[in-house]
Design a protein around this ligand. Structure first.
Ligand SMILES: Cc1ncc(COP(=O)(O)O)c(C=O)c1O
Length: 389
């Protein structure tokens, strides 16, 4: 993929429409969908990734299929799906990885297999698996989820120890089978779990023979904020899930990584849950294009965003609120202007904001590499013009 095209700069005009002229790389292609100047231009503060439209997605897929004879998979096994699994296993420092059609199922399969006969599973109360998966682990796999650290991102070692002790000392002593941790935590505005505490918890769990799973749907955002690499995180866990549709712009999908012995034959469990897509290559072929570049692009996206915020500072009507232990989210508010009307005007200028909070008027802004499609001063100008208009 020619990344310059998808992150191309110069697409915004303050006070005008988003699409001013074709990006240089698009001009160079000389025709077809890829030359459409309306594509790959919008800066969004809404999504975890580029927020591709169907036409943009089809363009990427067309390019991937034109470059080489794209090897298709068979029921999610082999072909470009296997290539993606291998690439992620290597990135995460794990022996093997398996494609799963959703993150919800990846978490479920991981916990089900890790638990074995020890079905008591410690989770964060704010985690997706506990709060947003409809008790799937209980209903479909007989897991007993214990929700900890309510309202917090970091799960403290003391709380883990307390529950392991309580479980072991009951009239029917129970072993905790698995400890599952999500980081960053979506329900905590993507705040991350403290790395030192994670290390302590992981060490203790291993001493106790408790298996460890990481919901790292957005794992690849952590290194920029914590200074710890994805492999350092992955090493603390037996299994790791990473979303393919958040940072890697696929239409859906997840990667579940672990030891070879864990991943071997796991595709039967995937199929049991109806999760072996007959053809997963359209997902893998797009995700593959972003695996190597994402971390660097995300770091540049934050640098560009910080520059935008510095440029907005003299305009006192903008207020920025940072998230403690935050990653991809910050909050923006604008005084003296109707937040919804402001949002409509920024969109007309090619900058898409999330809906404002109905009570506070704040915008929960997501930083992603689409920010690199325009120069920081162009984005800042678009926001300032939208305040005044
Ligand atoms: C932290 C986290 N885990 C798991 C999931 C589930 O992923 P999927 O939507 O692919 O099932 C999500 C989805 O938003 C998530 O944010």
């Amino acid at each position: 993929m020619d990344r310059r095209r998808f992150l191309a700069t110069g697409g915004l005009v303050a006070g005008g429409l988003a699409v001013a002229s074709p990006a240089p790389a698009a001009q160079a292609t000389g025709g077809g969908l890829a030359a459409d100047p309306a594509l790959f231009r919008e800066v969004n503060f809404v999504h975890d990734g580029l927020g591709l439209s169907p036409r943009e997605y089809a363009t990427l897929l067309d390019e991937a299929a034109s470059k080489r004879d794209l090897p298709a998979d068979n029921y999610s096994n082999g072909g470009v799906v296997e290539e993606l699994e291998t690439a992620f296993a290597k990135k995460l420092g794990k022996q093997a990885a398996m494609f799963v059609p959703t993150g919800t199922l990846a978490n479920h399969i991981a916990l089900r297999k890790l638990a074995g006969e020890n079905r008591r599973v410690l989770v964060q109360a704010e985690s997706h698996f506990y709060a947003d998966s409809g008790d799937a682990g209980d209903v479909l796999s007989g897991l007993n989820l214990i929700p900890l650290a309510q309202g917090q991102s970091t799960l403290a070692l003391d709380e883990v120890k307390r529950w392991v002790g309580l479980s072991a000392s009951g009239r029917v002593p129970m072993r905790v089978g698995v400890l599952s941790i999500e980081s960053p935590v979506r329900r905590c505005d993507h705040a991350m779990v403290d790395f030192d505490e994670l290390q302590r918890v992981s060490r203790y769990a291993r001493e106790q023979g408790i298996r460890l799973h990481l919901d790292g749907a957005r794992l690849f955002n952590l290194p920029y904020h914590s200074g710890r690499g994805v492999q350092e995180y992955a090493a603390l866990f037996d299994t790791v899930f990473v979303s393919l549709w958040k940072h890697f712009n696929a239409a859906s999908g997840a990667i579940l990584a672990g030891d070879s012995s864990f991943i071997e034959g796991l595709y039967h469990m995937r199929r049991m849950f109806g999760g072996s897509l007959p053809q997963a290559w359209p997902v893998a072929a797009v995700a593959t294009q972003f695996v190597e570049s994402y971390e660097a692009d995300y770091a540049r996206a934050w640098e560009a965003t910080d520059r935008v915020l510095a440029l907005l500072k003299p305009e006192r009507r903008f207020k920025v609120r940072r998230v403690p232990m935050g990653t991809s989210r910050f909050f923006l508010s604008v005084t003296g202007v109707d937040a919804t009307a402001f949002r409509t005007r920024t969109r007309q200028r090619g900058v898409w904001l999330p809906r404002p909070d109905p009570d506070t008027g704040e915008f929960a802004m997501q930083v992603n590499p689409s920010v690199l499609r325009a120069a920081p001063d162009t984005i800042a100008q678009a926001l300032m013009a939208a305040v005044k208009a």
